[in-house]
Design a binder for this molecule. Structure first.
Ligand SMILES: [Zn+2]
Length: 316
């Protein structure tokens, strides 16, 4: 058995370009400027940058980086591929600091890289969950520390009574049993928000399981059935003929998310939370139990790089 990271595309820049090209352009180069696929030639001059092609229809040069998360990045492609492999295979995520140390790039570059990879991991799947009568578990959780209540006026700052006291970020997740997860950062975990998420993401023929929280009370019109377990009285699984009602799957997803958000990503600004959720969802949706190994998972992330440009300005 050899190290996953011993593959040539993790060390050789030309091999790295070839590796990415094969995934982005399975049928040969496509001009990102005019969409042309014919009359495209590789430029091989000594002063030409690696992986440069010229489209003889619109006469513009391009590389596979144009229009992807790699665009305008100065980080070598083989280092990008190492970063993608690391982030794809670390169950609880990998901190900017660690990426910076392992990959030998600056902290700023590591931070930018990891957010771009998360962007590539963002699912484009819009197919309704729980079709053909599948079970979808829904639950909410909160990320972040409860800020301490300020009881004293400090150094000239105005005293805000209870200000931002309970600034936790709300997340609602849907998990199809034996299938995939979709997580949403929401302003408020309330009935209206839940109803919108259910309507937009869950099939009408699905059976939904939740706990007894009232925010799930109104979804019956949108799904085939809604069953609850009463956590407040210690009921975690209820067995009925041919089925078991519980929310253990979504709680398992939350436990990995929370360990990652607390242990690895200690500082998460609200505006970036959706990208961290995309990262955790991505790994769950490409998990070993579904037959996806580390290599295939990294491959899936690379396929997601197209059309996911993220400028530095959008990240900071
Ligand atoms: Zn062209």
């Amino acid at each position: 058995m050899s190290s996953v990271l011993s593959a040539k595309h993790f060390h050789d820049e030309a091999a790295a370009f070839a590796f990415v090209e094969k995934r982005v352009w399975p049928n040969g180069p496509v001009c990102p400027h005019c969409g042309g696929v014919e009359r495209i030639g590789a430029l091989k001059g000594k002063s030409t940058r690696l992986g440069t092609y010229k489209c003889y229809q619109c006469r513009k040069p391009f590389t596979v980086k144009v229009g992807t998360v790699f665009e305008s990045s100065h980080i070598p492609m083989h280092i990008w591929l190492q970063g993608i492999a690391l982030l794809s295979s670390s169950k609880k995520g990998i901190s900017t600091n660690q990426l910076h140390r392992i990959l030998g790039i600056t902290l700023k570059a590591a931070w930018f890289m990891s957010h771009r990879i998360r962007e590539a991991m963002r699912s484009g799947s819009l197919a309704p969950m729980g079709g053909s009568g599948g079970i979808v578990e829904a639950d909410e959780t909160y990320i972040g520390k409860r800020k301490e209540k300020r009881t004293m006026r400090t150094s000239g700052q105005p005293f805000i009574k209870g200000g931002k006291a309970a600034q936790k970020l709300a997340v609602i997740s849907l998990v199809e049993r034996g299938g995939s997860v979709r997580s949403f950062h929401v302003e408020n975990a309330d009935k209206a928000t839940v109803n919108n998420i259910v309507r937009d993401n869950i099939a009408r023929e699905a059976c939904v399981h939740t706990d007894e929280s009232r925010i799930y009370n109104d979804m019956r019109g949108n799904v085939a059935s809604h069953d609850t377990v009463k956590h407040s009285v210690g009921e975690y699984v209820r067995y009925e003929p041919g089925r078991s009602i519980h929310t253990n799957t979504v709680e398992g997803v939350f436990s990995i998310l929370k360990r990652g958000m607390v242990g690895v990503y200690q500082h998460c600004a609200e505006k970036h939370l959706h990208r961290y959720l995309a990262e955790f969802d991505f790994r769950y949706n490409h998990r070993i139990a579904l037959g996806v190994n580390d290599t295939a998972r990294a491959d899936a992330a690379i396929k997601g790089i197209v059309g996911k440009r993220l400028t530095y300005r959008a990240v900071v």
